[in-house]
Write a protein that binds this ligand. Structure first.
Ligand code: G3H
Ligand code: 13P
Ligand code: ZN
Length: 332
């Protein structure tokens, strides 16, 4: 048993309380490799932003949980080396799907876990979430739960259609489970194809897809039911057109990729939404930078020469999100 406190990590409790009061959101960035982690930590340290490092089940399988945990521990030291005196870094399990997986992360130094039982019937979601909460809270590890279903397809997370969270269920769910935060469904979805062209309109000038707005009425109704309760948005990448264009220009094929407009996330961040999950945008930045090097310098075979530019572009992306979208700069 390793306590996250020994590793210099923090849970989400205080982060979220401050974020709700201050009208900003904490960035939750997924990581699978060293370059992503370096970019996240540099961006957070330079902007003095609290940050949540997310490890999905897929990341755990790809990179190994032990290695990822030591990388997060190393990230705390790296942040200090960069001049961030009191780093506010949380290590979080993203989309945990069983009690055993959540327990293993709690036992292994994670400071926060998500139990995503949103695909189960309501009472089963409550029972499993409650079981995880009871275990995690013994070690002061915070728990994120989910109600409602997001559309989208990822390695470990998939659903063809979304079902908005029902505001009439949230009080009962939060009370009976004791969860610390609640991920809701209001129209975001995972991946780089958040909406089909049929769900969008087209900008007559640029020909680009314009996605439908998020269901802020559902968010308002949830906040009315649970005043001051931390709300989480998954699937919140914006799918920046510049990265999509770069990927397509240098041999990729991502037609009609579309994300959540940043102004909608900015609006959400000012409300009780205090954690915003971003993964796909970082994947797009990484891929765009690597494709550019490969296209322009076909003789290059030193991974540092293409992973380095990818890391730089991700760092720029993370800083932009922190400063211009979530407003978490200067809060840690
Ligand atoms: O919500 C899903 C995250 O983007 C993680 O995706 O399961 O492919 O690692 P992954
Ligand atoms: P995106 O695919 O929109 O980046 O969402 C990531 C996410 O929700 C991780 O849990
Ligand atoms: Zn997610």
């Amino acid at each position: 048993m390793v306590s996250y406190k020994e590793l210099g990590l923090v849970n989400t409790r205080e982060m979220f309380a401050k974020a709700i009061k201050g009208g900003y959101a904490i960035p939750a960035f997924n990581f699978n490799n060293m370059e992503q982690l370096q970019a996240i930590i540099k961006a957070s340290a330079e902007t003095k932003s609290p940050v949540i490092l997310q490890v999905s089940k897929g990341a755990r399988n790809y990179a190994n949980q032990t290695l990822l945990r030591y990388m997060a521990q190393g990230a705390v030291e790296y942040a200090k080396e960069l001049g961030w005196e009191h780093p506010q870094i949380c290590l979080h399990l993203d989309h945990g799907d069983s009690f055993e997986l959540c327990k293993s992360c709690v036992d292994f130094g994670f400071s926060s876990v998500m139990i995503d039982a949103s695909s189960l019937p309501y009472e089963e979601n409550i029972a499993l979430t409650k079981k995880v909460v009871e275990y995690a809270h013994k070690y002061d590890v915070t728990v994120e739960a989910e109600l409602g279903v997001l559309a989208g397809v990822e390695d470990e997370v998939s659903s063809a259609v979304s079902h908005y969270t029902k505001p009439e269920e949230v009080v009962d769910f939060a009370t009976r489970t004791g969860c610390d935060s609640l991920a809701i469904s209001i129209g975001t979805s995972h991946g780089a194809y958040k909406f089909t062209p049929e769900q969008c309109t087209r900008d007559p000038k640029t020909g680009k897809l314009v996605p439908p707005p998020l269901a802020f009425d559902v968010l308002d109704a949830i906040m009315e039911q649970l005043p001051g309760f931390p709300i989480v948005l998954h699937g919140s990448s914006s799918v920046p057109q510049e990265y999509v264009d770069m990927i397509n220009q240098y041999g990729g094929k991502l037609p009609d990729a579309v994300g959540i407009p940043e102004e909608q996330l900015r609006k959400a961040a000012k409300s009780a939404v205090c954690k915003i999950n971003i993964d796909s945008d970082s994947r797009l930045a990484f891929t765009a930078a690597v494709r550019k090097v490969f296209a322009e310098k076909p003789g290059e075979f030193d991974p540092r020469k293409y992973c380095g530019p990818a890391r730089d572009l991700m760092e720029e992306l993370y800083k932009h999100k922190i400063i211009n979208v979530l407003g978490s700069n200067g809060k840690a």
